[in-house]
Design a protein around this ligand. Structure first.
Ligand code: SF4
Length: 288
């Protein structure tokens, strides 16, 4: 079996940044003899999260979940009202929000109040939650509409003759994004203003996996099952009609994979290099 690696896979800048912030959070908590927390999963990868949990970082969702301490904001950002609640409860916050997501939040915060904000994104995704809970200057949450399907777009109100700012969850699957963007343009025409874009990191990964699909017989995608960008890689491969498996670790490799002559490997943006190498080593070992 020949193993072909995608030429872009694994950590993006935002994930590398929040991992450094997580180390700082643990260090500061130790120095100040305070508990260390992450607010939600700071990235969608169970191996990395567990490593930090083992080092003493506790996962909480609200300030009531534990005594005040040092708390890490995840790469996907945090809702403004929740940030405020943590600060008022005496927590010191270490901001691991990816710069690309922080830019999207600023764009919503600075939008003209007469503009209606529509976000293309997955309902309930933590980045979408952060973008849906941005405060204006009066500490009021700016109303947004989240659309995930063309039916959601059809069900949007007409917004009278007002302008609409179109935002997107930075890791939303590219093909669906293009479809929804065109649907929005067809419905709202010149009233539509384009806001942020997909994260270029995600875009380049999508291009790389599509190129890989041209030369392999099956694909292994490595990454957390909760990771939206990893799942979108799986969908891209499946759309090309190739057999594809989403694994979090080498132990989840399916036995059938060893029957394919050429296997492609890619990984989501929150997959650590050691997980990628372990899967590739297991593929190499099983192929001999
Ligand atoms: S995928 Fe892009 S937006 Fe998301 S954390 Fe990585 S760099 Fe930031």
């Amino acid at each position: 079996m020949v193993i072909e690696r995608s030429h872009i896979m694994g950590y993006c800048n935002g994930v590398s940044h929040v991992i450094e912030m997580a180390k700082d959070c643990l260090l500061l908590a130790k120095e100040q003899n305070l508990p260390a927390y992450s607010i939600g999963w700071f990235i969608h990868n169970p191996t990395v999260v567990k490593r930090f949990q083992d080092a003493g970082m506790r996962h909480i969702d609200a300030p009531e979940d534990g005594p005040a301490g040092i708390a890490l904001i995840r790469a996907h950002g945090i809702a403004d009202p929740l940030r405020d609640r943590f600060e008022k409860a005496g927590f010191v916050l270490i901001d691991g929000t990816c710069g690309t997501v922080a830019y999207s939040q600023r764009m919503i915060r600075n939008a003209d109040p007469s503009v209606h904000v529509v976000i293309i994104g997955l309902h309930g995704h933590s980045e979408v939650t952060a973008l849906s809970n941005v405060w204006d200057e009066h500490q009021q949450v700016i109303a947004v509409h989240v659309v995930e399907t063309t039916e959601d777009v059809d069900n949007l109100p007409d917004f009278n003759s007002d302008k609409i700012l179109l935002m997107v969850q930075t890791t939303f699957p590219q093909l669906q994004y293009e479809e929804l963007r065109k649907h929005m343009q067809a419905r709202f025409v010149e009233r539509l203003q384009m806001g942020n874009r997909l994260c270029p990191t995600t875009f380049r990964r999508h291009e790389a996996i599509l190129n890989l699909c041209k030369i392999v017989d099956a694909v292994i995608v490595i990454g957390g099952k909760m990771s939206a960008n990893t799942t979108s890689l799986v969908h891209l491969v499946a759309d090309k009609g190739l057999p594809v498996w989403h694994v979090e670790s080498a132990s989840q490799l399916p036995p059938q994979i060893f029957s394919f002559p050429r296997v492609g490997v890619t990984a989501g943006t929150s997959t650590p290099p050691e997980d990628i190498e372990a899967v590739i080593a297991a593929l190499e070992e099983g192929a001999t």
